[in-house]
Ligand binder design. Structure first.
Ligand code: GLN
Length: 542
């Protein structure tokens, strides 16, 4: 029996880091603009059960869904481009698949049969992909992580090959994203790597229907004809994906201009309503016209890593879109602040942001940056560990609690102003055991948080273990720290802020995950707004 939905699979060839996630997210937007109901899914061939315990140097940001899954950062692109929530079902790894199959084997589910890659692992993969199909979903859009030719990817490619057969070839479409390099010395564009990559796919039994070509230079017609011939795809299905000029949000338009959505609708024999991309076109036009904006210093442990703070940087830019300005982000390694460097960068910034993080490296630098923001009236935004550092800084320097710290760093500190709640004390396993996913928060009247959100109750995603220690709330409040957001039972501190400061707000949640280009997150919009006011005032005075 066929699934209620049809399937688009996107594989990658030649090299990694081609931006497959962005391409899939853009395609999602295009299909939605054609009135289709779409679900997006990312499959990762590595053996970790989920990316939650992986080092950001290896993996980049861990994106958290509303329902608390720790997932691949591509899901962030999916949500930002499609405006639709992702969930536990939207990402799985090879590790998760093997884990489930081995557990079933131990439980005796296979009745003594020999357990094999085909059919047991492939069946498990197909079941997880089909779990997104439903009568109210037209297309399941599935990205296969990794690069064709990797040993790890093989079993996934075999599974999606089987799906073509089982669902019917007309209900499955294969897109291959490839790289077409320009060799400077020869002054030539080379199609050979793409030919090889597609040949590998065809060896497995998958003939792509569409070839999307990442390139730095435009592809001339003869190059496209060559690619079509050697890769065995129709000429009109060779799509050029040149590096975008101003912003990643242009990509859906580039793909729409070449009729990618049309090809998919024709393949699936679907009705072809006109594309409703007006809102997206307006967004891209607005981005092109952004005025120079404030300079925001992000003081992080992985400051040099673009991918470690993917959603954060996007959310800051969205905050800029809300004011028609292009924010300049300065990445400041927290360790350098610890060594007394970068202080001028911080002092001359229009806003300082301390993002989430784990472990002790650079933490004193973050605390120092917050002190600087507080004492100099520089707009400050703290996120998760950023809130915890703000509380530590305030406890040490305003309340006078010497040695105040989080027990994550110093278990035996004299003033554990941030600590583990009782239920976390008992947990020793690392994977998936933090406070994860969306939690409600009630906002106090007449606070910056309430002003920004314009609502009394909000919900934000979390990913942390430690919490503000309630035993210290009173002394902190006495000295002027405002607990502007609390869990509905009042037990957990969600947002803190300072009154006599232009804008000093920190949240235990990760609002960056929820920000979208068409709907900038209110806290990011308010923070950038405050930074912009500082910049304009200084320019006026200067
Ligand atoms: N390490 C801190 C905790 O676990 C903060 C986590 C974060 O910033 N995401 O509570």
């Amino acid at each position: 029996m066929t699934s209620p939905s049809q399937f688009v699979f996107v594989t990658g060839g030649v090299v990694s880091s081609l931006g497959k996630g962005l391409t899939v997210a853009s395609l999602g937007r295009l299909l939605i603009a054609r009135g289709l109901r779409v679900r997006l899914l990312k499959v990762d061939p590595y053996l970790n059960v989920d990316p939650g315990t992986m080092n950001p140097y290896q993996h980049g940001e861990v994106y958290v869904t509303e329902d608390g899954a720790e997932t691949d950062l591509d899901l962030g692109h999916y949500e930002r481009f499609t405006g639709q929530p992702t969930s536990q079902k939207s990402n799985f790894t090879a590790g998760r698949i093997y884990w489930d199959v081995l557990r079933k084997e131990r439980e005796g589910c296979y009745l003594g049969g020999t357990v094999q890659m085909v059919p047991h692992i492939t069946d498990e993969i197909k079941a997880r992909i089909r779990a997104l199909a439903a009568p109210d979903v037209d297309i399941v859009l599935c990205e296969i992580g990794g690069t064709v030719g990797d040993i790890e990817s093989l079993v996934f490619l075999e599974a999606i090959r089987q799906m073509g057969l089982e669902e019917g070839r007309e209900r499955v479409l294969y897109i291959h994203l490839t790289y077409v390099p320009f060799i400077k010395a020869a002054g030539e564009i080379k199609t050979k790597p793409s030919q090889h990559s597609v040949a590998r796919l065809r060896e497995i039994g998958i003939s792509p229907d569409v070839l999307i070509c990442r390139t730095e230079v435009p592809l001339a017609e003869d190059v496209k004809r060559k690619l079509a011939l050697f890769c065995s795809v129709p000429f009109h299905a060779v799509i050029e994906e040149k590096d975008v000029d101003t912003s990643i949000y242009e990509l859906p338009l580039t793909l729409a201009d070449q009729g990618l959505d049309e090809i998919i609708l024709v393949h699936f024999r679907l009705a072809r309503p006109t594309s409703r991309l007006a809102d997206w076109r307006r967004l891209v036009d607005r981005i092109r016209l952004l005025e120079p904006g404030p300079r925001i210093a992000v003081v992080g442990k992985y400051a040099e890593l673009q991918d470690a703070y993917k959603s954060l940087f996007e959310a800051i830019h969205h905050g800029g879109f809300a004011h028609g300005v292009r924010v300049e982000i300065v990445k400041v390694p927290a360790e350098e602040v610890e060594e007394g460097r970068q202080l001028d960068t911080l002092k001359s910034a229009d806003g300082i942001l301390v993002p989430g993080g784990f472990g002790s490296r650079g933490i004193e630098g973050k605390i120092e940056a917050i002190r600087l923001a507080r004492e100099n009236g520089i707009p400050f935004f703290g996120i998760c560990l950023g809130l915890q550092c703000a509380v530590i800084e305030f406890a040490r320097h305003v309340v006078g609690l010497e040695g105040a710290n989080t027990t994550e760093i110093d278990r035996d500190c004299p003033h554990p102003v941030v600590c583990l709640m009782e239920e976390q004390e008992r947990i020793h396993e690392k994977g998936g055991t933090m406070r994860l996913g969306a939690y409600p928060c009630v906002l106090e009247k007449d606070t910056r948080a309430r002003q920004a959100y314009e609502r009394a109750k909000v919900s934000e995603r979390h990913r942390h273990r430690y919490e503000v220690n309630n035993r210290y709330r009173e002394v902190l409040a006495e000295k002027g720290m405002v607990f502007s957001g609390l869990s509905p039972d009042g037990n957990l501190v969600e947002i803190v802020e300072l009154k006599d400061h232009p804008w000093f707000v920190a949240t235990q949640a990760h609002p960056e995950f929820a920000s979208q280009p068409l709907k900038p997150h209110p806290l990011f919009a308010a923070f950038v707004g405050a930074a912009l006011r500082r910049r304009r005032n200084e320019t006026d005075v200067g």
